[in-house]
Design a protein around this ligand. Sequence first.
Ligand SMILES: Cc1cc2nc3c(=O)[nH]c(=O)nc-3n(C[C@H](O)[C@H](O)[C@H](O)COP(=O)(O)OP(=O)(O)OC[C@H]3O[C@@H](n4cnc5c(N)ncnc54)[C@H](O)[C@@H]3O)c2cc1C
Ligand SMILES: NC(=O)c1ccc[n+]([C@@H]2O[C@H](COP(=O)([O-])OP(=O)(O)OC[C@H]3O[C@@H](n4cnc5c(N)ncnc54)[C@H](O)[C@@H]3O)[C@@H](O)[C@H]2O)c1
Length: 442
Amino acid sequence: MKSYEVVILGGGVAGGTLAHLLRRQNKTVAVVEDNLFGGTCPNRGCDPKKILLSGLEVTQTVDNMQGNGISGHVSVNWPDLMRHKRQYTDPISNAMQHSLVSDGVDTYHEHAAFTEDGYLQAGNNLLSADQFVIATGQRPKILDIVGKEFFKTSTDFLNLNEMPADVTFVGGGYIGFELAGIAHAAGAKVHLIHHNSHPLKQFDSQLVNEVVAHLQAIGVDVQLNTDVNAIEKQGDRYCISGDDKFKLTTDMVFCTAGRIPNIDTIGLENMSIDADAHGIIVNNYLQSSNRKVFAMGDVVSTSRPKLTPVAGFEANYLAKHLNGNSGKINFPEIPTLVFGQPSLAQVGLPSKVADDNKHYLLITNDMTKWYSYHRLNEPLAKAKVVVDRDNETVVGATVLSNHADYLINLFTSMIDNQMKIDDFNQQILAYPTLASDVQYLI
Ligand SMILES: Cc1cc2nc3c(=O)[nH]c(=O)nc-3n(C[C@H](O)[C@H](O)[C@H](O)COP(=O)(O)OP(=O)(O)OC[C@H]3O[C@@H](n4cnc5c(N)ncnc54)[C@H](O)[C@@H]3O)c2cc1C
Ligand SMILES: NC(=O)c1ccc[n+]([C@@H]2O[C@H](COP(=O)([O-])OP(=O)(O)OC[C@H]3O[C@@H](n4cnc5c(N)ncnc54)[C@H](O)[C@@H]3O)[C@@H](O)[C@H]2O)c1
C-alpha cells in the first residue's frame, strides 16, 4: 500500500490542475486515470471539436463573401482535417501524464474504485490518503431505446475517418448543435432531432429560434417535438423511428441527448458518499457527505454549466481549501457558448428578466448591417444586453454572431467587475474592432 496526502480520481482538467497546484504546496499527490490523461476537453471535447470547427469557419466565411470580392468555393477535406486534429490530440495524453510525473505527481493508469475498508484500488495498487478528490467527469448518455447499441457518441464523431453522406443527431443541446454544424460544413446531409420545442433550453428562446431557422435555411433538417424510440439496422444504414409515424433512414446516428456522471463503478457505497443522477452531492466547500472526500468538475451534482473553466476554477478553489483556506466557494459569472457560424453565447441575467422588472433595461440590437459584420457579409448578428438602471451596469448579455465568443468574454469581465457603463465608455479602444462596437450595445 502507498500513502499520500491527496489522491485524485480522474486526470482530466480538474484532476490534472489540482495535482499541479498541490505539488506547489509540496504535498504528496497521486492521480489515477483509467483512460486518457487530460480528460475530455483536450482529447474528446472542446479542443478537438474546435479544430474540426475550422472547416465550418473557413467554408462559411468564403461562402458569405461570394459576389463581394471573393469568387470560388472551398470545401472541407475531412480526412485531412481529421489528420490536422490528430496532430494536436494524439500527443496530449502522454504529454499531460509526463508533465504530472515531472512535477512529482505519482500517476496510475488504472481504473479507480474505493474498497470496503476505505482505500482506493487502482489496478493492483492499494492507495491510502488523508483526502480523496473525485474528478471523474461525465460520459455520453445513451438513450434507452430499441437498437440503442447502434448509437454513436460525440467521441466517435470527433474520431471519424470519413464523413458519412447522411448523419443524424438525436438531442438538441450544445453537442448536437455544434456537431451538426461541423458535419454540414463537411458536406453531410444532417438531421437534428429534438424531443420537445425547446432545444438549447438554457439560451434566449428567440435567438435559439433564429439559430434553428438559419440551420434550416442552409439545408440542415431540424425536427422538433420528435421522440425517437427505435433504431433498426438496414444493411449499411439505420432506420430511426419514433412517435407519429416518424421514420428516417441515415448512415450514422449520434446520441447527443446529454451526459451522465462517472460515479457508478467507483465504489461510492463503500465510503458513504451521497450522489444523485447528476453526480456527487457536495457542500459549499466541494466536500461530499464523507468529510475526507471532495468532488469537483463535471462529476459534481449541480445546476451550474459543466464546463472546462468551471472545472479549472473548482480545482483552484480546492487547492487553496485543502491548504487551510476556510472560505466557501464563490463562483463568478459563467459565460456559456454554443460554437457555430453563428455562435450563441450568454452570460449573467437572461433577457427575460427585463420583461416584468422595471429595474432592468433590455437593449436589443440587430448588428447585421454594422461594419464589423458587413465586412465579411455575415448573415446574422444580434445582441441583447440587460442593464441595471440604478447601478448603470451591465448584468446580462446574449450574443448571436460569428464573434459571440469574443463579445461574451468582454461582457463577463464587465459584469464581474461591476464596471459602470460610463467607465467602459471612458476607455479609448482600438477602432474599428469588435470591442469598439460595445459602446453602441450598452
Ligand atoms: C464534445 C464536447 C465538447 C465540449 N466543448 C466544450 C467547450 O467548448 N467549452 C467548455 O468549456 N467545455 C466543453 N465541454 C465540457 C468539458 O470538456 C468538461 O466540462 C471538462 O472536460 C470537465 O473536466 P473534468 O476534469 O471535470 O472531467 P473530464 O475532463 O471528463 O475528466 C475526468 C477524467 O476522469 C477519468 N475517469 C473517469 N472514471 C474514472 C475512474 N473510475 N478511474 C480513473 N479515472 C477515471 C476520465 O477518463 C477522465 O479522464 C465539452 C464536452 C464535450 C463532451
Ligand atoms: N461549447 C460548450 O461550452 C460545450 C460544448 C459541448 C458540451 N458542453 C458541455 O457538455 C454538456 C453536455 O452537452 P450535451 O449537448 O450532451 O447536453 P445538453 O444537456 O446540453 O443537451 C442535451 C439535449 O438533449 C435533449 N434530450 C434529452 N433527452 C432527449 C431525447 N430522448 N430525445 C431527444 N433529445 C433529448 C435535451 O432536452 C437537451 O436539449 C453541456 O451541458 C455542457 O456542459 C459544453
